[in-house]
Write a protein that binds this ligand. Structure first.
Ligand SMILES: *Cc1c(COP(=O)(O)O)cnc(C)c1O
Length: 231
């Protein structure tokens, strides 16, 4: 089932991309495997999936130990500063950097190992008090400060809009994230200002996100099914 779901999603991504004049290779699928066992990841790998998203440090660490080197993990949960060190070792990208303190601690641990790390700045584009992320008006300051940290490569922005039943309601939030990135393009703060990553869109709204410029879509349920409850 997981393999079929991935094949189906890849087809949908190409169709949606074609409809809005984008290249499907510019849209990467992050398979969100949180709360699913490592076997589910292996199933997805059989369908050619190499990139996975995880929300919990301990869980990601357990799984990483059982997966081969080719497996890329993105961290998409809330990262506590005291877990920053281990996070720099587990993930190829941390999508949820939302405060300068966290950026500085990540940088410090990376300096010690002479390593670089791809990050995204998480923006609370919907100003939702229950969600993490820097407020849109504070994003530029955070990005400018983080851009001075030599080990961090700021690849782009990530957001999770407020949940609404109708995915069309997410469109203005996705559009605002893209506009925020476009507004910062000329400031030379991103690792590659001509290829700013936008991580937005989940199972119920990825079509809208792709139409609005997503380069990373984070999909869990449509690949792995309904998530098991937290233990
Ligand atoms: C769980 C999660 C997802 C995946 O959500 P689905 O609706 O299952 O596709 C995407 N992004 C983040 C940040 C998540 O926590």
């Amino acid at each position: 089932m997981i393999q079929q779901n991935i094949t189906f999603l890849k087809k949908r991504i190409s169709e949606i991309a074609a409809q809005c004049g984008r290249k499907s290779r510019d849209i990467k699928l992050v398979a969100v495997s949180k709360r699913f066992p490592v076997e589910a990841i292996r199933e997805a790998q059989k369908a050619g999936q190499t990139l996975f998203g995880e929300n919990y440090l301990q869980e990601a660490q357990d799984k990483k130990g059982q997966l081969d080197e080719k497996t890329q993990l993105h961290f998409i949960g809330h990262l506590q500063s005291n877990k920053a060190k281990i996070a720099t070792k587990l993930f190829t990208m941390i999508e949820t950097v939302d405060r300068i303190k966290l950026a500085r601690i990540l940088n410090k641990h990376l300096v010690e190992r002479d390593k670089s790390l791809d990050i995204l700045i998480q923006v609370n584009i919907g100003r939702d008090t229950r969600k993490s992320g820097v407020l849109p008006e504070d994003a530029e300051k955070l990005i400018a400060e983080a851009a001075e940290l030599p080990q961090l490569r700021i690849q782009g922005l990530m957001t999770m809009p407020p949940f609404t039943k109708n995915p069309e309601n997410a469109r203005p939030y996705f559009r605002n994230l893209r506009k925020l990135a476009e507004g910062l393009q000329s400031r030379n703060l991103f690792f590659d200002c001509n290829a700013i990553e936008l991580s937005m869109g989940m199972t119920h709204d990825y079509q809208i996100a792709i139409e609005e410029g997503a380069t990373l879509i984070r999909i869990g349920t449509a690949i792995f099914g309904e998530r098991p409850p937290l233990q």
